[in-house]
Design a protein around this ligand. Structure first.
Ligand SMILES: [Zn+2]
Length: 182
């Protein structure tokens, strides 16, 4: 069986904000989307994802199937910011923007990312961009005990719809150097 990259404590619906069951419950406990779906039927629409009816969003000129995002209610923002910040190893704000704004939509998501504060980062990270060599990698020799995650990019690309930038999420299993890209 393929080992999960996500620690067990992050797999329950209450703590894993990428879980579609959790997303379905949160989207349907509010009427935030009722008026939006009536007013902007092209932009807010349903899709069945892992057997759950999930409300998605796409900007007016974008392709519904290729460029849709998962629509967030107010109550979904903080748990997702917190979950992704931990699971991605306390990334900087730039990486969080790139990752979250590609996948999720909320009118104020950008501001919430800007103002998200993590107590551990506040205590451990210096302000400014910082510089220097990467620390030595300690490899345990046990397969899948340690996986490093990083967001790389942006890379420019030309498509039929114009020039775009894209990012890639890398997962590297440190014992075998097995690489997985998303
Ligand atoms: Zn942090």
């Amino acid at each position: 069986m393929r080992p999960s990259l996500i620690p067990p404590s992050f797999t329950s619906p209450e703590t894993n904000s990428t879980d579609f069951q959790w997303m379905f419950i949160r989207q349907n406990e509010t009427d935030e989307f009722l008026k939006l779906k009536q007013k902007f039927p092209h932009q807010y629409f349903n899709r069945i994802l892992e057997d759950k009816r999930i409300i998605c969003y796409v900007t007016p000129c974008d392709d519904r199937e290729m460029q849709r995002k998962l629509a967030f209610t107010n109550s979904m923002i903080w748990p997702t910011l917190h979950w992704s910040h931990i699971i991605l190893g306390h990334p900087d704000t730039h990486h969080k923007h790139a990752l979250l704004e590609t996948r999720y939509h909320h009118p104020h998501l950008h501001n919430h990312i800007e103002h998200f504060l993590c107590n551990e980062c506040q205590q451990a990270k210096p302000t400014g961009s910082g510089h220097g060599l990467l620390p030595d990698l300690k490899v345990s020799g046990i397969f899948c005990e340690q996986v490093t995650v990083d967001l790389i990019g942006p890379w420019p690309a030309s498509t039929l719809n114009g020039d775009v930038e894209f990012y890639s999420l890398t997962f590297i299993e440190t014992t075998t150097n097995l690489v997985n890209l998303a």
